[in-house]
Design a protein around this ligand. Structure first.
Ligand SMILES: [Fe+2]
Ligand SMILES: [Fe+2]
Length: 307
C-alpha cells in the first residue's frame, strides 16, 4: 500500500508534465467518453441511470417541504427555525449552486474538445463535464427526499460575471485559487459525510443513498484536487496554502446555514493538513493521487534480497 504526503508537497515541472498525462489517462478510464453536447460522460451517465433505476426515497417526507422551497435559494426564515434535515439540504443546495454557476460560466469561456490542443486543455473540458455530473448527483440527493421541484437558479448578475471572468484570468494567477476551491469542496464533503449519520439517523436507507451519491462525487473531487495542484509551481503552492483559511471562511460566511452545521475551524485544519489521511481508503483506491504525494513501498529486488 502506498503512503501519502501533503498535497502541498513540492514537485518539479517534469513530474507535473508526467502527472497530467497520467491523470488524463485515469479520468477517461474512470468517467468514460465525453458527450460534449450534453455536458456529460458515458460512465457517469450510466451510473446516474443506475441510481435512478433503483431509486431510494425517504420513508417520511420532510416535516414541511414548503420550508425547504422557501429557503433553499435564499434563506428567508431564521435558519434556527428550520429542522436539521431541511437546514442541511438547503445548505447542500447553496453550495452546489455555486458550483453550477461556476462551471456554467467556465463552459462558455474555455476551448471545446475539438479546439483543445494540449492535454491540459482536454483535462479542463473533461473536468467541467464531471462537475456537471455532480450537479445531477446533487439533484438526485434532493429527489431522495421527495424534493422534485428543485431548480438550478442562476446567481445575481454580479456574481455570474465574476465566475465568467475567472476562467479567463492567466493560468498562473488562477491556478492557486482554483486548486483551493477544489480543496475547500472536499472539506465540505467530509463534513457532509459526518453529518449524514447524525441528521438522517432515522432514515437509514435514504442516508445510505445520500452517502453513495456523495462518495461518487468525492472520488472525482479527490482526483480534481491532485489535478489542480498539478498546475501549480513552487511559488504558487505557497500562495495557495495561505489562501485556504480566508477562502473557506469567506465562502461559508455567505451561506447562512453553515454556522449551524459545519465546523469551519476543522474544515480549515483539514484543508491545511491535507495529506489524504482524512480520506476513506476505499475512496482513495478509486481515485487518483499525483506521484509526488505518494510513496510507493520499496520492493526489494531479488538480487538484493538474496545477497
Ligand atoms: Fe465539484
Ligand atoms: Fe471538482
Amino acid at each position: 500500500m502506498p503512503t501519502f504526503q501533503s498535497i502541498f508537497s513540492p514537485s518539479d515541472s517534469r513530474q507535473r508534465q508526467e502527472n497530467f498525462e497520467a491523470y488524463w489517462e485515469f479520468s477517461q478510464r474512470h468517467s468514460g467518453q465525453i458527450l460534449e453536447a450534453q455536458k456529460d460522460l458515458t460512465t457517469k451517465r450510466d451510473l446516474l441511470a443506475g441510481f435512478q433505476r433503483e431509486a431510494v426515497r425517504s420513508r417520511k417526507p420532510l416535516a414541511d417541504p414548503e420550508k425547504f422551497y422557501r429557503n433553499y435559494v435564499k434563506m428567508r426564515d431564521d435558519p434556527r427555525s428550520l429542522d436539521r434535515k431541511t437546514l442541511l439540504l438547503t445548505c447542500i443546495y447553496k453550495f452546489a449552486r455555486h458550483e453550477w454557476v461556476g462551471i456554467s460560466g467556465a463552459w462558455d469561456a474555455i476551448p471545446s474538445m475539438a479546439e483543445a490542443k494540449k492535454t491540459t486543455e482536454r483535462i479542463s473540458r473533461y473536468h467541467l463535464c464531471e462537475e456537471f455530473c455532480h450537479v445531477r448527483l446533487f439533484h438526485e440527493m434532493f429527489r431522495t427526499f421527495h424534493l422534485d421541484k428543485v431548480e438550478w437558479v442562476p446567481l445575481g448578475p454580479w456574481m455570474q460575471k465574476v465566475y465568467r471572468i475567472f476562467p479567463k484570468v492567466p493560468e498562473s494567477l488562477m491556478s492557486p485559487p482554483a486548486f483551493v476551491s477544489e480543496l475547500m469542496g472536499m472539506t465540505f464533503y467530509l463534513e457532509l459525510d459526518r453529518l449524514f449519520d447524525d441528521v438522517f439517523a432515522d432514515e437509514p436507507e435514504a442516508r445510505d443513498r445520500l452517502r453513495a451519491l456523495l462518495h461518487e462525487i468525492m472520488v472525482d473531487e479527490l482526483a480534481h484536487i491532485g489535478q489542480r495542484r498539478n498546475f501549480i509551481g513552487a511559488v504558487g503552492i505557497r500562495a495557495a496554502r495561505r489562501m485556504v483559511r480566508p477562502m473557506i471562511t469567506a465562502f461559508f460566511k455567505d451561506i447562512p446555514e453553515a454556522k449551524y452545521l459545519l465546523d469551519i475551524p476543522r474544515m480549515v485544519r483539514e484543508g491545511l493538513e491535507f495529506d489524504y489521511s482524512v480520506m476513506r481508503p476505499e475512496l482513495i483506491e478509486r481515485s487518483w493521487v499525483p506521484s509526488y504525494c505518494r510513496t510507493e513501498p520499496e520492493i526489494a529486488s531479488p538480487r538484493l534480497a538474496g545477497a
